[in-house]
Design a protein around this ligand. Sequence first.
Ligand code: PMT
Length: 223
Amino acid sequence: FTPKLLAGHSLLLTAGPTREAIDPVRYISNHSSGKMGFAIAKAATDMGAEVTLICGPVNLATPAGVKRVDVISTRDMLEAVMSRVDNHDIFIGCAAVADYRVADVATDKIKKSSKDMQLALVRNPDILATVASHSPRPFTLGFAAETQDVERYAKDKLLRKKLDMIAANDVSNPELGFNADNNALKVIWAKGQKDLPPTDKQTLAGQLLAIVAERIAILKDDN
Ligand code: PMT
């Protein structure tokens, strides 16, 4: 039995990697499997929330009851998120979003030559920061995947992107984080923080959402 801590809430969630084309057969991406985000989608549904999951290319089955929207690139993901954000009161950015895309995507396959080559990259929009500055904005939780100075960088992202909460993910240990079955998080908000020690991603997702539900209830009482 899972307490329905999120009954009456609707969650918009991103998961998985985004992919940026170089030419018709090549792309830039990262090692995100989508497992963490899909675990959050399942846990939130079990806790009574309506869940919309916007995911990059992953190889996972959709949890029962979850509305899933598949996208490829960061700009596709931004569009899918912003066209739905007004219908949700919680946003969680768990996707590993490509920060850069190729400036000029080649229409035909790039031919190999004897010379070295360089790719010009341009900045992608920041989906999480765009949601956090939208009005009215949902309760906004970001992730921070870092390999060093995890807490400092996460706190910086919490303030800079004006988030309600951030889940700092130390991804320096290959047993945890990207593409692993287990993970650990340091959850940080303006007036507190809590360590969630290593465990399987499904258990961790439930623990993370219990903190989210508690913070939302406290913010509601404060208003
Ligand atoms: O998918 P798995 O294999 O299960 O792995 C899970 C995970 C390690 C990918 C996940 O737990 C995680 O840490 N996700 C965030 C990965 C990431 O891109 O972190 P970041 O520190 O680069 O980005 C910070 C935040 O901004 C994230 O919430 C990200 O979704 C968001 N972002 C980043 C760039 C961008 N252009 N738009 C964004 O919305």
